[in-house]
Design a protein around this ligand. Structure first.
Ligand code: NAD
Length: 301
C-alpha cells in the first residue's frame, strides 16, 4: 500500500484517539469523524480533515478505520443511511478495531462485498497506552489479501499482528481473550482481598504474587494501580460487562455452557450498578473489599 493512500478514522475515543494520532504522525492525510465535536476539534489542530458523516469519510478515504463502542454503532457507521458504505469506492478497505459480536462483523463484511469493498474485523488487545505507542496486538478476520494490503498501516498501530481467518474470526478470538482477561482480574481481586483479610500486608502480598504461579498479565498491569487507589481507566468495568455479555451470547449460539463467564458478567454488572462503570476494571476489587471490610492498599509510611 502506497504512502499516498488517503485514510479515514471514525471514533476518536480512548483507543481511537491515540491510533489516529499515530497515523497523522506517520504522514498520512486523515479525515476524521466522531459524534463528539470536541474530539473532532482536537484533531483539526493536528491537521486532520473533519467530515460531517461516516459517508463523507468513505468518500474521501481509500482506507477507513474505526474504533467504536458497540455493535450498534459499528453497524450504523458502516451500513446506516449516512454510513461509510454510502460513500466508499470499489476496492476501498474498511478496518474496524472495535470489540463486537462476530455476526456484526460478518454482516458488515457482506454489505461491503456488495459494494466491492473489503471489510476486516481487527479487534485489539492492549489499552489506551498501547494505542498511543503503536504497541497493540491486532487480531484480524476477513479477506487475507486485504489484510496483506492493510499491513503497512496496521504495522504502525500494532507491535503484534495476527491473521485469524475468515470474517468474524478476529472477534471470536477477542471475546475468548476477554473472557480470560476479565476472569483473571476477578479471581485475583477476590483472592488478594482474602489474603489481606487474613493478615497479609498488601504490598508484600502483591510482591510475592507477581513472581508466583497465580500471576497474570492483568495482575502485573492493573493491581499496582489498585494498591495506590488509582482507578483511572484503562479498560472500564462497563467494557468488561459488554464483552462478557457478547461472549455469553456467542456461547448461547453454540449451546456451550460458560458458567464462570456468567458469574463474572454478573459481578461486573453489580460493580457497574454500584457506580464504578467508568472506572478501570480493577475496581472490581472494591466489591470484595466492601464484603471483607479491608482494603488492598499501601501501608502509610
Ligand atoms: P470510547 O467510548 O472511549 O470511544 C468511542 C468513541 O466513539 C467516542 O469518542 C464516541 O463519541 C464515538 N462514537 C460513538 N458512536 C459513534 C458513532 N455512531 N459515530 C461516530 N463516533 C461514535 O471507547 P474506547 O475505550 O476507545 O473503545 C473503543 C472500542 O475498543 C470498543 O469496542 C472497546 O471494546 C474496544 N477496546 C477498548 C480497550 C480499552 O482499553 N479502552 C481495549 C481494547 C479494546
Amino acid at each position: 500500500m502506497g504512502d499516498n493512500k488517503r485514510l479515514g478514522f471514525i471514533g476518536l475515543g480512548l483507543m481511537g484517539n491515540g491510533m489516529a494520532r499515530l497515523l497523522i504522525k506517520a504522514g498520512y492525510v486523515l479525515t476524521v469523524f466522531d459524534l463528539d465535536p470536541d474530539k473532532m476539534n482536537s484533531f483539526k489542530a493536528l491537521g486532520a480533515r473533519l467530515a460531517s458523516s461516516p459517508k463523507e469519510v468513505g468518500e474521501k478515504s481509500d482506507v477507513v478505520l474505526s474504533s467504536l463502542p458497540d455493535s450498534k454503532a459499528v453497524r450504523d457507521v458502516y451500513q446506516g443511511p449516512a454510513g461509510v458504505l454510502q460513500g466508499s469506492a470499489a476496492n476501498a478497505i474498511l478496518i474496524d478495531f472495535s470489540t463486537v459480536d462476530p455476526e456484526t462483523s460478518r454482516d458488515n463484511d457482506k454489505a461491503a462485498a456488495g459494494k466491492r469493498a473489503k471489510y476486516l474485523d481487527a479487534p485489539v488487545s492492549g489499552g489506551p497506552k498501547e494505542a498511543e505507542t503503536g504497541k497493540l496486538v491486532i487480531v484480524v478476520g476477513g479477506d487475507r489479501g486485504a489484510f496483506e494490503e492493510g499491513k503497512p498501516i496496521l504495522d504502525i498501530l500494532g507491535s503484534t499482528l495476527h491473521y485469524a481467518g475468515p470474517s468474524g474470526s478476529g472477534n471470536i478470538v477477542k471475546l475468548v481473550n476477554n473472557m480470560m482477561s476479565m476472569g483473571n482480574v476477578l479471581i485475583a481481586a477476590e483472592a488478594i482481598v482474602l489474603g489481606v483479610k487474613a493478615g497479609m500486608d498488601s504490598q508484600t502480598l502483591f510482591n510475592i504474587l507477581r513472581t508466583s504461579g497465580g500471576r497474570s498479565h492483568h495482575l502485573e498491569k492493573r493491581f499496582p494501580n489498585a494498591l495506590v487507589r488509582n482507578f483511572e481507566p484503562g479498560f472500564t468495568i462497563d467494557l468488561a460487562k459488554k464483552d462478557l455479555t457478547l461472549a455469553i451470547e456467542m456461547a448461547k449460539n453454540f449451546s456451550v455452557p460458560v458458567l464462570s463467564a456468567h458469574l463474572s458478567q454478573q459481578l461486573y454488572t453489580v460493580s457497574s450498578a454500584l457506580g464504578d462503570g467508568k472506572k478501570d476494571c480493577v475496581s472490581i476489587i472494591n466489591l470484595f473489599e466492601s464484603w471483607a471490610g479491608v482494603k488492598f492498599q499501601e501501608a502509610k509510611k
